[in-house]
Structures are given as structure tokens and as C-alpha cells.
Design a protein around this ligand. Structure first.
Ligand SMILES: *[C@@H]1O[C@H](CO)[C@@H](O)[C@H](O)[C@H]1NC(C)=O
Ligand SMILES: *[C@@H]1O[C@H](CO)[C@@H](O)[C@H](O)[C@H]1NC(C)=O
Ligand SMILES: *[C@@H]1O[C@H](CO)[C@@H](O)[C@H](O)[C@H]1NC(C)=O
Ligand SMILES: *[C@@H]1O[C@H](CO)[C@@H](O)[C@H](O)[C@H]1NC(C)=O
Ligand SMILES: [Ca+2]
Ligand SMILES: [Ca+2]
Length: 365
């Protein structure tokens, strides 16, 4: 008797524990611990394992200084060059673990932070409501600062003679790219090769300054037309099986078409059947083939370069749209300050993973 009730009791306990473990996640969960994003691994190819864009510049600053310390530890900095010192010592520097600072509500009060940041995001127009475009601009500014900071560090690493410029001989491609370059097949990857370097060199002086080097590392975000043209040429080179310098419909269909990512989903038919995929592909092909010669040239690919290589703006907008759907309680399409304050974890713990998919950190310590 006693034993069977013990069994029943144990089953109930296990059942409740399972329920708790698999309970639906609630974005509004109070007392959720804020986490810093993990250090990005700079040696992986671009576009893999993207981090979310930091919403709050204070948190971005903490992460940056933590990443810098880790970076200094893992790279040898010659003749006493150290990373540039941070601006005036911020408050969180006094904490052993900066994560404790952002979780110390008396010091880092998320409500106060939202009240403080709101007017900087709500600027066009400043009407007390945040639109997708306003939040996209905000996200973009945050991520551009982060990207430029990484470029600066990369520059220190590659600029062997410390003249503030990168020459092609100074530049060493990442390890994963070097392996592809050593491949003897005729379609060697063009990334990080001399042509890519030259395209980034706006003033043809054979050296890349910080802006040019940033374009070199992030061609899709470049405003330099030479870089965008190089990207288009590289797209052709990768798919051009018969090496005639342009893409036939088959060359475009087997690869390039599938890689196009757009908000007005050109692939919406493709799930239905093979035939309609081909119809959708043909429609886009004839739109792009502006001289109607039945082939796509480098210039004809320019309109879809942004869809083949999503820019930071693309991700900034995606993250803005996501945040607004999550926090827009009254469903008017805008964020009010009240909605943001009531849904702080949408902004403070969302972690971006690939392909429109967001997760919430749900660690409770
Ligand atoms: C954070 O600020 C809000 C608004 O001023 C306040 O109600 C709340 O008590 C603060 N939290 C803490 C832990 O101080
Ligand atoms: C590539 O070519 C070089 C010289 O042309 C040769 O030494 C090397 O072994 C080749 N590598 C491979 C993987 O075929
Ligand atoms: C890159 O430009 C340099 C001159 O700055 C030139 O000597 C070199 O041939 C160019 N390389 C390519 C692959 O275009
Ligand atoms: C790099 O050079 C380009 C072209 O000369 C210039 O427009 C840009 O402002 C320079 N960037 C920096 C950081 O000096
Ligand atoms: Ca061809
Ligand atoms: Ca709203």
C-alpha cells in the first residue's frame, strides 16, 4: 500500500517536473536573468551563426570590452600595441562579472533604460510610436558600430607594418578560405583574392584604409559600386559551368535562384511543385534579362545582389519586424513606450538564429 502510493506520488512529481520543463515559454516571464551574447567566432565563414543585434548600447559596450579582452588573450600583439582603451571607466567595470551588473536591477533598471533610449529610436517622426523603419535604423546603427569595431581589430591583426593600411601581401585570408584557394580546380573561390582586394580599393593606391578594409570584409554592406560589381561577377563565376561569362537559364536555376532570399518570397510557389518552381524562376529570369538575349550578365545580376548576400540592413529589418510582432500588444503595428516597458525581454534577451527563427534565452540561475 505504502509502496504503491509512493510510486503514484513519484509519478506525479515526475509528471509535474516534465510539465515545468516543457511548459510554453513566456516572453513576459518576470525575473528572467539577462545574458550577454556569446563571443562570436571570427574564424567561421560569414553568415553562419549570426548573433542578434544588441538593442542597448550599454550591453553592447560590455560585450565589446569582454570580446576585446578575449581577443587580446588569443592574439599576439607585437611591440606593446594594445587594444585602444575604453572611454571613461563605465560603472559596470567595478563588477567581477558584468552579467551581474546588468542583472542588478537597482543599477541596471531595464524600465529606466527603455525610457532613456526611446526618444533616440523614435525620431522620424518623434510621435511617441516606434515604426519598423525607426527600429530598423536603430538596429542598423548598433550593428554598424559593432562591425566597424571588429574591422578595426582585424586591421590591427593584418597591418603588419602598422602604417594604418592593409596591402594585399599583408592580408592573410582566413584559414577556411585558404583551404579553398589551394584547391587546383579552375573554379577557385574568388573571395579574399587580389581581384576582391582591388575592387575594395576605391582610390587604386594599392592599400586599404579602414573604410576600404571594412568594404573588403563586408562587400554586401559596401556603398562602393566596384565592390558590388565584383560580387556580381563572383556570382557568375561560381555558377558559370560552360565558362562563357554569363548565366544560361539552367546555370541560374541550378543554384543561384535557390539562393535568392527576399521578403516578397520568390520561392512561395516552389514548395508546391517542381513545375511551378520553374515558372517562378522563369518569371524572375525574364525580369532580370533586360536585353532579352536569354542570358544573365554581371550587370543584369545587380538587382538581386542584395537578395543573394543579405546586408546588415536586411537583418536589422528582420529583427525589428520580429520585435514589433512580439511586443505590439494592441496590434496597431507600432511600439509605444508602454508596450516596450511591458515586454522588455523581447529587446533584452532575444537571440537571433538563422532564417527568421528566434529563440529566447531561458536560463534561470
Ligand atoms: C525600476 O524602475 C521602475 C520604474 O521607476 C520601478 O518601478 C522599479 O521598482 C525599479 N526596479 C528596481 C529593482 O529598482
Ligand atoms: C596543385 O598544383 C600544384 C602545382 O601546379 C601542385 O604542386 C599541387 O600538388 C596541386 N595540388 C593538388 C591538391 O592537386
Ligand atoms: C590589382 O591592382 C594592382 C595595381 O594596384 C595590379 O598590379 C594587379 O594586377 C591587380 N590585380 C588584379 C587581379 O586585378
Ligand atoms: C579611405 O579612403 C577613401 C577613399 O580615398 C575615403 O573616402 C575614406 O574616407 C577613407 N577612410 C578613412 C577612415 O580614412
Ligand atoms: Ca554560361
Ligand atoms: Ca502598438
Amino acid at each position: 500500500m505504502a509502496r504503491s502510493s509512493l510510486v503514484v506520488y513519484s509519478c506525479v512529481v515526475i509528471f509535474v517536473l516534465l510539465l515545468l520543463a516543457f511548459a510554453p515559454r513566456q516572453p513576459n516571464q518576470p525575473h528572467r536573468r539577462l545574458k550577454l551574447r556569446s563571443t562570436s567566432d571570427l574564424s567561421t565563414p560569414p553568415d553562419r551563426g549570426r548573433r542578434s543585434i544588441p538593442f542597448d548600447p550599454i550591453i553592447a559596450g560590455i560585450e565589446r570590452s569582454r570580446d576585446d579582452r578575449e581577443w587580446e588573450r588569443s592574439h599576439y600583439l607585437p611591440d606593446g600595441h594594445s587594444a585602444p582603451a575604453m572611454e571613461p571607466q563605465p560603472e559596470w567595470e567595478g563588477f567581477m562579472d558584468p552579467e551581474d551588473y546588468i542583472n542588478d536591477e537597482a543599477r541596471f533598471n531595464v524600465t529606466h533604460r527603455i525610457v532613456e533610449l526611446f526618444p533616440n529610436i523614435d525620431f522620424s517622426p518623434a510621435d511617441g510610436l516606434i515604426t519598423v523603419d525607426e527600429l530598423t535604423e536603430w538596429n542598423l546603427r548598433q550593428v554598424e558600430q559593432e562591425v566597424m569595431h571588429h574591422t578595426q581589430r582585424d586591421m590591427e591583426l593584418h597591418d603588419k607594418n602598422h602604417d594604418g593600411f592593409i596591402s594585399f601581401t599583408e592580408y592573410e585570408p582566413p584559414i577556411w578560405a585558404r583551404r579553398l584557394h589551394n584547391d587546383n580546380s579552375s573554379d577557385k573561390m574568388g573571395w579574399w583574392q587580389e581581384e576582391h582586394f582591388n575592387a575594395s580599393d576605391v582610390d587604386y593606391d594599392g592599400l586599404l584604409n579602414l573604410t576600404e578594409f571594412n568594404d573588403f570584409l563586408h562587400p554586401a554592406d559596401s556603398s562602393n559600386p566596384k565592390v558590388i560589381h565584383w560580387l556580381a561577377k563572383e556570382e557568375i563565376r561560381e555558377r558559370d559551368k560552360d565558362k562563357d561569362g554569363k548565366l544560361s537559364f539552367q546555370e541560374y536555376f541550378n543554384g543561384l535562384f535557390q539562393s535568392i532570399r527576399r521578403s516578397d518570397d520568390v520561392h512561395s510557389f516552389t514548395l508546391e511543385s517542381e513545375t511551378s518552381a520553374e515558372v517562378a524562376a522563369k518569371m524572375l529570369f525574364s525580369q532580370l534579362d533586360s536585353d532579352n538575349d536569354g542570358y544573365l550578365s554581371k550587370d543584369e545580376l545587380l538587382p538581386v545582389i542584395g537578395d543573394l548576400h543579405p546586408s546588415e540592413r536586411y537583418y536589422a529589418k528582420q529583427q525589428a519586424e520580429y520585435a514589433i510582432t512580439e511586443a505590439d500588444t494592441d496590434k496597431d503595428g507600432y511600439l509605444s513606450m508602454k508596450e516596450m516597458i511591458e515586454n522588455p525581454y523581447v529587446f533584452y534577451t532575444a537571440v537571433y538564429t538563422e532564417d527568421n527563427h528566434y529563440d529566447f534565452h531561458d536560463e534561470f540561475r
